[in-house]
Design a protein. Structure first.
Length: 162
């Protein structure tokens, strides 16, 4: 197989860290990665959605992804991943962004984690000996909305103070 053919059958994945765990998003789901943006507090918002950023003149809610998932964040090199449409209007606060890697379509294995996680994890893949959870941005947003609806506007996951 020629190199160009192999690249054509691969998707590009942005790998990022949450505490000691590694996750990925298809690059098509990412609009931009912002380094240490100014976070504006949102009064009376659920703890995991308690901030927003001004992103090119648009107000974008920031989900503290490590807190929402119940991780203690490392905050080594905090970044905000602004999601592209149809998940526009949401950004993910993460502990660090590693790199963009190619991923063959057949390299993703089914998710074996608990049912809640399967709602927004597309699958897992191996990258340099480390298992990476591949997130689905649209399903993550749907899970967040469902969480809020079940709790009457408050996400069900408890957020740790960061």
């Amino acid at each position: 197989m020629r190199r160009n053919d192999m690249q054509a059958s691969a998707q590009q994945i942005l790998i990022f860290g949450l505490g000691e765990e590694w996750y990925g998003l298809e690059i098509d789901e990412v609009q931009e990665v912002v380094a240490a943006p100014r976070l504006h507090p949102v009064p009376r918002a659920p703890c995991c959605l308690s901030h927003a950023i001004n992103f090119h003149g648009r107000v974008v809610a920031v989900l503290d992804l490590p807190a929402w998932l119940g991780f203690e964040g490392g905050k080594r090199d905090p970044r905000v991943i602004v999601l592209s449409a149809p998940s526009a209007g949401l950004a993910l606060a993460v502990d660090q962004v590693r790199r963009i890697v190619p991923l063959k379509d057949d390299a993703v294995m089914p998710c074996e984690s608990e049912e809640d996680a399967r709602a927004f994890i597309r699958g897992v893949f191996d990258h340099q000996g480390r298992m990476i959870n591949l997130l689905d941005a649209d399903r993550l947003l749907a899970s967040l909305r469902q969480d809020a609806n079940l709790r009457g506007g408050t996400p069900a996951h408890e957020c740790s103070d960061s």
